[in-house]
Design a protein. Structure first.
Length: 260
């Protein structure tokens, strides 16, 4: 089976280029399962019920997220209602939402999707490595295909988790830093890996934020109110071919689409 994962969708520009290209990508790559990281989809910060419905209409099976999933306070209670929306699973017990979901393709193949958040240069959370272990123990023996979105800052932490889970999951793909890395590979145990899938949003920006604002903040070191950039959007993601029976990845390929 083939999984298409789309990196962090940032604001309206990201949503628009996603809607303009998703049918073509799904058709060209014969995609069976579509996952989108949507934590920046609402104006660059958080997610809304309306955008969840928008993604569903595009055929998205699962929406993963990260540390910005909490930015729209009105949406936080919805995390318990939307089974197709995940938040990082290594937040403390009692946090709304879930970090692991079990789904099926149109032909009945079971797919587990896991969402975790890193701790290096980020929030002080539960251990993502041990959280992954606990989630894997919950899965039934007939669930072979497991995809992990690891939302983390440090390249080293992402790589470490990839090797830690190698042979136990189908793919570990990083998000959060918004810049696609050129290290896509199949690890020795059969796990597809990429440090960061990149973002789906304005290319004429500083990781999705208006470049003028970001530059001024770095130069002056003064507080600034970030605004999402809108020009020259790009879509970034990966296509992963997985053996349905063994859960091992056969290939991983970076995909990119530019605005017309």
């Amino acid at each position: 089976m083939k999984i298409l994962f789309i990196g962090d969708v940032v604001g309206r520009a990201g949503r628009q280029i996603l809607s303009q290209n998703i049918d073509r990508l799904v058709g060209d790559h014969e995609i069976d399962f579509l996952i989108v990281n949507g934590e920046n989809a609402a104006g660059g910060f958080g997610l809304t019920d309306e955008i969840v419905r928008e993604f569903r209409k595009l055929g998205v099976h699962v929406i993963t997220s990260g540390n910005h999933i909490w930015d729209k306070r009105d949406f936080v209670p919805s995390l318990d209602r939307h089974e197709d929306v995940l938040r990082p699973g290594n937040y403390p017990a009692g946090t709304p939402g879930r970090g692991l979901g079990l789904y099926e393709t149109n032909i009945g193949t079971k797919v587990a999707v896991m969402n975790l958040e890193g701790r290096v240069f980020m929030n002080s959370l539960d251990c993502p490595f041990r959280a992954a272990d606990a989630y894997l123990e919950q899965l039934a023996d007939d669930v072979s295909v497991v995809f992990v979105d690891f939302h983390a800052e440090a390249t080293s932490e992402k790589m470490a988790l990839g090797h830690y889970l190698d042979g136990r999951v189908s793919a570990v793909v990083g998000t959060h830093t918004h810049v696609p890395t050129a290290d896509e590979q199949i690890l020795p145990g059969g796990t597809a890996y990429q440090t960061d899938a990149g973002m789906t949003g304005s290319r004429d920006s500083v990781i999705g934020i208006r470049k003028e604002i970001a530059v001024e903040k770095f130069v002056t070191q003064l507080p600034a109110r970030f605004e999402v950039a809108k020009k020259n959007p790009v879509l970034c993601g990966v296509v992963i071919d997985v053996d349905d029976t063994t859960g091992r990845a056969r290939s991983i390929e970076r995909v990119m689409a530019l605005s017309n």
